[in-house]
Design a protein. Structure first.
Ligand code: SD4
Length: 331
């Protein structure tokens, strides 16, 4: 997957509000049927994820197309990225914190509003799967740190070294020049948030990440926080976020997107409005990135980002589609 250096975009001048064109282009990679798509198209079952996680949506679609539940689809899609050592922001191979420890955040939410999350968990390869166990096997929603890890072992998860040689090398390089300050979005990051609607029309979502690269030890972003990094309301729709978690937490971003859909906005309009609200509170800043994706009960999808370069991926009977999202800041 291509890394995105959003800092390179930091010189981009704020262009003011964009007059909200809906998604206009996409590249269909496996099917000749779908050459274009737009956010008002009704398609389900469907899986949608942040960025360009092709293998994750393919896995989710495999589950959905065999009649599986959206919950299984989002978990299994998320697990694909967690296991991919070349993805430096999720699961095994994720970048460590400033002390060299890989700490993972994840959450999952189902059609009935059940949810589970793990925060700042070490040594476990699939935090989204532990989050599901928290949801299903405990009366709690969130387990953090050592407690989450202990719970995972109790549930049969194996201890795994998450820091690859490559990630360690990059971290040691980074330390040579780092000022050791919590500068927001100093490094690239590409969390997976994944949403699905199954053949019964039921929605689920998951979000999994190693969080901001080289973060302070103990830092937790939006990704495992229900309402911030992910929200599902089976009557309305679902949303998930990627980018600087602090800003998403401040605005309870994913909940906001779902509520905007409840008020009648399309997924695309809701994502745009969410991003614009965040920018309204950060008028002078062009140096950070947040993207939302959303799906509504009908199966319409949308995505929007502060910075250029964001895309989201869907997989449905129309095939595998990567849709570049419009951005608040135009290059
Ligand atoms: C976080 N939102 O920990 C996550 C990071 C992310 O793409 O989305 N990276 O703040």
């Amino acid at each position: 997957m291509q890394r995105r250096n959003f800092l390179k975009n930091s010189s981009v001048a704020a262009a003011g509000l964009i007059s909200a064109p809906l998604i206009t282009s996409c590249a269909n990679e496996t099917s000749s049927k779908a050459e274009t798509t737009h956010s008002t198209k009704v398609i389900r079952p469907i899986a949608i994820c942040t960025w360009n996680f092709k293998n994750a949506t393919a896995k989710a679609w495999e589950v959905l197309s065999e009649g599986g539940s959206s919950l299984d689809a989002v978990q299994q899609g998320g697990m694909v990225e967690e296991a991919d050592v070349t993805n430096k922001t999720v699961g095994v191979g994720g970048r460590p914190d400033r002390d060299g420890n890989v700490t993972l955040d994840a959450c999952i939410m189902d059609k009935d509003g059940n949810c589970g999350a793990v925060l700042c968990m070490q040594n476990i390869a699939s935090p989204v799967s532990v989050a599901r166990k928290v949801m299903e096997d405990t009366p709690h929603v969130m387990l953090a740190g050592k407690g989450a890890e202990k719970f995972a072992y109790e549930k049969g998860f194996e201890k795994t070294n998450l820091l690859t040689e490559q990630s360690k090398k990059e971290w040691l390089e980074w330390k040579k020049t780092s000022k050791y300050k919590p500068i927001i979005n100093i490094e690239n990051h590409d969390t997976i948030g994944i949403l699905a609607i199954d053949k019964n029309g039921d929605l689920s979502g998951a979000c999994t990440t190693s969080g901001m690269s080289y973060k302070y030890a103990g830092r937790v972003g939006d990704s495992p926080i229900i309402g911030a990094g992910l929200f599902v309301d089976n009557e309305i729709g679902a949303a998930t976020a990627t980018g600087v978690g602090e800003e998403v937490v401040r605005t309870v971003g994913s909940f906001l997107i779902v509520e905007l859909m409840r008020q009648g906005k399309s997924p695309q309009e809701a994502c745009e409005e969410g991003v614009k609200r965040i920018m309204a509170k950060n008028k002078d800043r062009t140096d950070f990135q947040i993207g939302f994706i959303a799906i509504n009960k009908k199966g319409e999808t949308g995505g929007y980002c502060i910075q250029p370069g964001f895309s989201y991926r869907t997989y449905s009977e129309e095939g595998h589609i990567n849709t570049p999202s419009d951005s608040y800041l135009k290059a």
